[in-house]
Structures are given as structure tokens and as C-alpha cells.
Design a protein around this ligand. Sequence first.
Ligand SMILES: [Zn+2]
Ligand SMILES: [Zn+2]
Length: 383
Amino acid sequence: MMREDLIKRAEQRVDELAPEILSVSHTIFENPELAFQEFQSAELLENTVKAHGFTAVRGTGELQTAIRAEHKPRSDALNIAFISEFDALPNGHACGHNLIAASGVWAAVVSDELVRQCDLPANSIFLGTPAEEGGGGKIKMLDAGMFDGIDYAMMIHPCDSTMVEDWSLAGQTITFRFHGRSAHCAASPWLGANALAAATETVNMVNAWRSQFRDYSRVFPNITHGGEATNVIPDFAELKYNVRSDDVTYHQELVAIVQNCAECAAKAFGVTVESEKTFAYEPVNNDKTLEKHMAAAFTHLGETVIPRYRDHGIGSTDMGNVTQRLPAIHGHLFLAKENTHTTAFREAAGGAPGDTYVVKAVKAMVLTAIGLITDQQVLNRMQ
Ligand SMILES: [Zn+2]
Ligand SMILES: [Zn+2]
């Protein structure tokens, strides 16, 4: 079957399924669940793929809402994964993950039908990835082997523009805990070892470094504990740093700079310091072949694909770690001229713009998969 016929067939099938696609989007929108607590949403996604013959496996421990689902795979085929994020923010689905959820799961179902009906050399795999908002769900799924054997992975995020290129920052939070010795601040302050002084001097030293940081570095402190009484030299202080960079190697250099400053400050004030790091987000590095096929899909669907411009807001996502590990894409499709995480964006995600978006996003993902499956270079590389 020719690529054009496959595209036509896929678009017809998505249009037929539109009421069911919207139902998943609306149900998740109306029941927003926070990171790692998305039990109802996970169940809905799991039941959706199971109803279409997939076998689903959940993660364990913290990953109980993580899902991997597939049919018995063909061995000589491309393993293409469709990703659904489905966690909400405290202000509901203001990042539009209800749309990512519905588009990922239905793209997996439609692609699966297509490859089986038309005997195409591909397997369609569904991945439900929890806790994108700060929980690093995909990093934990990568570590747990839930992405193993996947050749290409894709997701589309709602946005104020349509783009296939992406750019995000590596990011990590480091917590420093300074331990000193308390003393009366007036009667005998010289007997104390001032943990707060070490914390504030760490901030001063990092600020002195700041003028030499590379572009697109973001290094932001929070003193989360600085003593409990104004008449006591603090014997404990806690300082947190959020450290980000668009370069994965330089990010580690920045982390080392901040760490050195904290250790030097501790030494200077005669206190000890211990540090703890969260998992590290890595920058997005979209696969060029996927960018090409997703751009063609968006254009086919009437979208204008613009380049990822550098003053468009940048954040960090656990999809970055996926794109550093295997060919993958974090694409963006226009939802509304609003910023994510706002009330206006949430209203768009749950309203008419979201309904238009989600049907288009399913088509775009299935068309991207068709692009891969009919790309001779991709097939040659697989053999
Ligand atoms: Zn978000
Ligand atoms: Zn998001």
C-alpha cells in the first residue's frame, strides 16, 4: 500500500474515532491527578489499549501508574512508541496533559490497527509516562527498562506554536545542609560556628562566578532554613540550588562549581556540609528523521511549522532524557496563543481548542509513524 493510501486510511479512522478520543481527553481533564497519583487516568489509558487487544504492564514501586502496552511483537519490525503524559498541576490540566494522554493512546491504537491490517513492518507500543511535572517519571521508566527495545519514540505537546525542533535545559536541584554550633548571639557569639554564614557566603561566591557562566545557564538559590531565633547563632542552615544549562556536559561543570563554593564556605566558617542531588533532567535532542516526518505530517494537516526560536520560553522535561537515550521527538502543536501552566491554557485544553487539537495530534503522530515505516533509509538502517 502506498504512503498516500495509508495516510488517507489513517485520517478516516481517526475521524471515525473522534468521539472516543474526545471522551478520554475530557475525562482526564475533569479528574486532574498529581504526579505519581494518576491512578484513575492510568486505568482509563490502560483500559483503552486493552480494549484494542494490547497487553499492558505496569511499573512497580513509585512507577505504579507507568504503563507499557503492546501486542505480541513481530521480530523483524520497527518498534515505534507513542507516549502519553497524564499528570496535572495543582491548578488542574494547565499544561494540557489530558491532550497528550488522549493523543498518545489513540495514536498507538490507530497505528496498531494500520500495521496489522496492512501488514506493515512495525510494532506499535504504548507508553503511559507519569509525573512529568517535576517527578521525572520517564527517567525512572528508562532506568526500569520500560523503554527497552524501542527504535523510535514520539510525543506531541500542546503549545502556542507548531514546531518540530525543540530545546530544553538540563536541570537538577542540589540541597546543601550546613551543620555548625549554636551560641548566644550577644553574650558569646564567638563560641558559635555559623551555619547561616556558610549558606549566605555560598550564595555570594556563586554570584561572583555568575558573570563567567556560559549563555543559557540558570543557577537559582533558595535558603530554605536559616535559623530559628534571632538571638541564637544558627547551628543549621539549608540551601537549595536549581542548576540548569542547555549543554549536558557544562551542566555538570556548573553543579561542580556550586558544590565547590558550598564546601569552601563551610570550611571558611568552620561548619560541615552535606549535599544531596535530585535526578538530572537532560536537554531535549530531537531525532532528525522524526523531525522530518513530523514536520511533513503537520504540514499535511494544514499547520505552519516554525523554527524553534531561542527566546521562546525554555524549561526542562524528562523527555530530554529519552531523546538522549534513543531516537525520539518532543514535538509541539498549536493549541492557543497562551502560555502553558496558566488558567487560560487550561481552559483551552479543556475546551473547543483542545478538541480540535487532540484529533489533529492523533493524526500527526500516526502520520509520523507512517513516514518512518515507508522511509527506505529507516528500514535499511534497521536491517
Ligand atoms: Zn508543564
Ligand atoms: Zn507539559
